[in-house]
Design a protein around this ligand. Structure first.
Ligand code: ADP
Ligand code: ASP
Ligand code: MG
Length: 240
């Protein structure tokens, strides 16, 4: 099988967590699967970058804001590739430019459109695990775009569709989708399964567990999304 596994920022916040993600990916690779990992920036890196950018009077330059914000994902991608290599796996990190993930030109809210290079396919064919930056894209003129806060989920779904992957798994810091934020409401109930429409409603209402566009895209391509905890075993929630 060809599997996309996405790891969010809190799942990559330090060395132990990056190694934990690498072990999961390596486990699936050892089962004979072709693996594409999609990563968010480590911990609160994106927030910190956004704050840095706001310190300058010309904070309104959307192009440079996106160039700045998208930088965090590259850190995770390289670190995760190093962690995988440390486990004896062959792995390569690829950013938006290297995989040529084209988006429209809407800075801070770009929509992934197509992959204009076969680089990912070449690396997979060579037997490597691909670690792809989430959140970043390239517009038609080669400017770096970002997909909106939380947009790495959308990268994961887009790559699942564009690479005809068999499975899309989103690893995060909660063990699935709940009827309300389980961090704020201890009595929240976890769904074993939730339909696209219901998930879209939850995301629209602000549940950040999945980026709204990722669910819309999954619905359009009929891709089930498996939401699971990075830290605990369990089936999590399937959005389908
Ligand atoms: P990641 O860094 O893995 O992308 P996010 O912080 O974007 O993770 O999303 C996970 C968070 O979403 C959880 O920590 C949780 O507090 C929050 N959340 C809000 N609403 C929900 C919900 N209905 N179900 C699950 N998690 C939710
Ligand atoms: N790192 C980006 C953000 O913080 C993208 C993501 O986490 O999905 O919004
Ligand atoms: Mg997120």
């Amino acid at each position: 099988m060809r599997i996309v596994q996405k790891f969010g920022g809190s799942s990559l916040a330090n060395r132990e967590r990056i190694e934990n993600a690498a072990r999961r990916i390596a486990h699936s690779a050892r089962e004979g699967n072709q693996m594409i990992a999609v990563v968010s920036a480590p911990g609160d890196t994106t927030d910190r970058l956004a704050k840095l950018g706001q310190e300058f009077p010309c904070a309104a330059s959307a192009r440079e804001q996106d160039a700045l914000l998208g930088a965090g994902e590259q850190i995770s991608a390289a670190l995760l590739a190093l962690a995988l290599q440390s486990l004896g796996q062959r792995a390569v990190s690829l950013n938006a430019w290297q995989m040529a993930l084209r988006t429209d030109g809407h800075y801070a809210d770009a929509v992934p459109l197509r992959l204009e290079s076969t680089r990912i396919e070449q690396e997979l064919a060579a037997g490597k695990i691909v670690v792809a930056t989430g959140f970043q894209g390239l517009d038609g003129e080669g400017n770096l775009t970002t997909l909106g806060r939380g947009g790495s989920d959308t990268t994961a779904v887009a790559l699942t569709a564009l690479l005809h992957a068999d499975r899309c798994e989103i690893y995060t810091d909660v063990d699935g989708v709940y009827d309300r934020d389980p961090r704020l409401f201890p009595e929240a109930k976890r769904f074993e399964r939730i339909g696209y429409e219901e998930m879209i409603d939850l995301a629209r209402a602000g549940a950040q567990v999945l980026h709204l566009r990722s669910v819309e895209m999954a619905k359009a391509y009929r891709i089930p999304i498996y939401v699971r905890s990075s830290f605990r075993p369990g089936a999590g929630t399937v959005v389908e």
